[in-house]
Design a protein around this ligand. Structure first.
Ligand SMILES: [Zn+2]
Length: 213
């Protein structure tokens, strides 16, 4: 969802900026497509690196936990029992459950990962999947403002592009508000206001630069 919004805002601004500087339809389409690919690549790479780094960090912590369980099973059993006791179990039950968890090394590792690191070892996250999703959602948002320039040019294309952007921003803002159970009106207004601001600023700068070069 955030990738979609990023793509929309960044490319609506880009298209507005280029269209403000040139009346050539082809230039706007090339600029818009270049902005789409560049932005989507940058999002995908950023996402890949961050998910990758995060899952490597978690794997290192898991490996450390696995080593602790092997080296000091008694200490780790007490540690786990202590966590269960803190949750409100009485000492005997906590110890019984901890012993049961520690009986199988895989179950023991899962229990320690969940209770101590707050992670599920089965769900470390795939960097490639995250990168692909980022690329796709950015590209989807970014293509919207380019569409009018595939069919026309000039002020009418800029206006339609801006209106499409507003519509998409309103849908996104409303959807986000619904998902997070906040005021839909406020969500829509905020998203629409922000995208308008971005568009006005870049179109104005595009006009200035276009007049200067
Ligand atoms: Zn532990």
């Amino acid at each position: 969802v955030f990738g979609l919004s990023d793509g929309l805002v960044s490319n609506l601004s880009l298209v507005g900026g280029v269209a403000g500087a040139t009346s050539e339809r082809g230039d706007v389409v090339v600029g818009g497509m270049a902005g789409l690919v560049a932005g989507a690549m940058s999002m995908a790479i950023g996402e890949y690196v961050s998910v990758r780094a995060n899952s490597e960090l978690l794997e290192r912590e898991l490996a450390a936990e696995r080593a602790e369980i092997e080296d000091d099973p008694a200490g780790e059993t007490l540690e786990l029992a202590g966590i269960y006791a803190d949750r409100g179990l009485d000492r005997a039950s906590a110890m019984a459950i901890a012993n049961q968890m520690m009986a199988d090394p895989e179950t023991a590792l899962q229990a320690h990962a969940r209770e101590e690191l707050g992670i599920d070892p089965e769900e470390l996250g795939s960097p490639v999947l995250a990168a692909t999703a980022s690329f796709g959602s950015f590209a989807l948002g970014a293509i919207i403002p380019v569409i009018p320039f595939l069919f026309g040019s000039g002020t009418i294309a800029i206006v339609i592009s801006f209106l499409l952007g507003l519509l998409a921003a309103a849908v996104l803002g409303g959807g986000l508000a619904l998902m997070t159970k906040r005021s839909v009106l406020r969500g829509v207004t905020r998203q629409v206001a922000l995208i308008t601001l971005a568009f006005v600023v870049t179109t104005a700068i595009g006009n200035l630069v276009g007049a200067a070069v």
